[in-house]
Design a protein around this ligand. Structure first.
Ligand code: GLU
Length: 469
């Protein structure tokens, strides 16, 4: 049997971290078992579904690298098929028309509430003839007796009494099919073997199993993933900061860091924290996912992000960084190789946004000096070291780290000062701040022309400062 899993988002908003984790678990399960992963867009709620949301979901999946083998399939393209199945249920007497008025249903609900019972439809139209010509919904004839057992891969055995389930609507008055029907038809037609989804759907599962049975089909295996909470214990929402996957991209996170974070959210393998994608695929076990909800912890995500910034191939980091350089209006092809920049900055940034900001100096002159750094390092005592460096660098033909290092060393020796007395003013002159990669690397990245120009700017600044004193 080929394992087939699916991710079935409703396009009523962006791809949020909860959805991404569900997608990741489904994807991992398929990959681990050499199966197929299907993407299905559940867009039957015409009022709330938007094309932007579809794009946001596809974009999020692509950014995370959760590539699907089939789809995206759109439910709105499948209405004919849903109606065909509804017709089949009607023909077999397993569904019926119902024309109960709103008022009647409201009355039922109120009475149930008063008696502290779960509101449920009382089966009033089960044995009545309702003409197809008058407005009506179609209800599924749910079995009245017996139990439905969900042998959940995460939750274990969960049993539901049929007496607690009512005859749910499978087609609305306007002719549109409802969620429980479309999911059943799709899971059946798409030959889904394992349904991994949020546990807010656990209550739908016995209804879906009953419809499948009515159609003469067995049911897939189910795994209901618990929800994600914010660090304050409330359901994760915008209030807790970013919840959209693409916002994490904007904020400078690496997809591998977010995936690693998400896989560990409610799942563990010993005390291992770092998982490459291949390791996730190898080690992930759906039945080891926690039953309880997990809390989102941004600090830990940042820690993982920093780890991946340091450990990933600089080529990969550079590829992701170029997006953030673009956000600063920097074209990284007009300057040093971004791979060298990523390599030089890997120890210095927790996010790619930070990395882009502290690397802008490689591509353009900075606006103003950091006040504290300028005050401390661009003073009259720095004039001579800077002038000598300018002279030495202007004459330098080979702009390599080794040659640059040698020049800084020579000037310090000639002036009989420690290297820092030369390197620090030079650094502030080049980047505007007191921190940057090694001075040789910094010089290399800035390039000769900009280096000379920025030293002149620093000398002018020192002169002006002296004049004002
Ligand atoms: N479309 C549903 C949702 O976004 C998921 C349905 C399912 O996975 O069965 O919540």
């Amino acid at each position: 049997m080929t394992i087939r899993t699916r991710f079935a988002p409703s396009p009523t908003g962006y791809l949020h971290v909860g959805g991404a984790r569900t997608a990741l678990f489904s994807w991992l399960y398929a990959r681990k078992h050499g199966g197929k992963f299907v993407l299905r867009i559940e867009d039957t709620d015409l009022e709330r579904s938007t094309a932007e949301s579809v794009n946001a979901i596809l974009e999020g999946m692509t950014w995370l690298g959760l590539e699907y083998d089939e789809g995206p399939f759109y439910q709105t393209h499948r209405f004919e098929r849903y109606n065909e199945v509804i017709g089949e249920l009607m023909d077999k007497g397993l569904a019926y028309r119902c024309n109960c008025s709103k008022e009647r249903l409201e009355q039922l609900r109120e009475t149930a509430m008063k008696n502290k019972q779960k509101p449920r439809y009382d089966g009033h139209c089960r044995h009545r003839e309702v003409s197809a010509d008058e407005p009506h919904v179609i209800r599924f004839r749910n079995p009245l007796e017996g139990t439905v057992v969900v042998d959940d891969m995460i939750r274990g055995r969960v049993a539901f009494n049929n007496s607690e389930l009512d005859d749910l609507i499978i087609r609305r008055t306007d002719g549109s099919p409802t969620y429980n029907l479309t999911v059943v038809v799709d899971d059946m037609d798409m030959e889904i073997t394992h349904v991994i989804r949020g546990d807010d759907h656990l209550n739908n599962t016995p209804r879906q199993i009953n419809i499948l049975r009515a159609l003469g089909k067995g049911s897939p295996k189910y795994g209901h993933v618990p929800m994600i909470l914010g660090d304050d214990g409330a359901r994760l929402s915008k209030r807790h900061g970013a919840v959209s996957v693409m916002q994490y991209r904007e904020d400078g996170f690496l997809p591998e860091a977010l995936l690693n974070y998400l896989v560990r959210l409610g799942w563990s393998h010993g005390d291992q924290e770092i998982f490459s994608i291949d390791e996730m695929i190898e080690l992930f076990e759906i039945d080891a996912v926690n039953k309880a909800a997990s809390s989102f912890n941004t600090e830990k995500l940042l820690w993982l992000n920093q780890h991946y910034i340091k450990e990933d191939d600089p080529k990969r980091v550079a590829h992701l960084l170029s997006y953030h350089m673009g956000a600063l209006d920097i074209d990284p092809t007009e300057g040093p190789d971004l791979v060298e920049v990523a390599e030089a900055q890997r120890e210095r940034a927790k996010t790619l946004v930070e990395m882009a900001e502290i690397s802008a100096f490689c591509y353009r002159d900075f606006d103003a000096y950091d006040e504290k750094a300028a005050k401390k390092h661009l003073r009259p005592a720095a004039q001579e070291p800077l002038e000598r460096m300018r002279e030495a660098l202007q004459a330098l033909e080979e702009w390599s780290e080794a040659a640059l290092h040698e020049q800084v060393e020579k000037v310090s020796e000639a002036l009989e000062v420690k290297m820092g007395k030369v390197a620090q003013p030079l650094r502030v002159a080049l980047v505007g701040r007191a921190a940057s990669p090694g001075i040789d690397v910094t010089l290399k990245l800035v390039g000769k022309e900009a280096t000379l120009r920025r030293i002149d700017r620093a000398l002018a600044y020192i002169a002006e400062r002296a004049a004002q004193a």
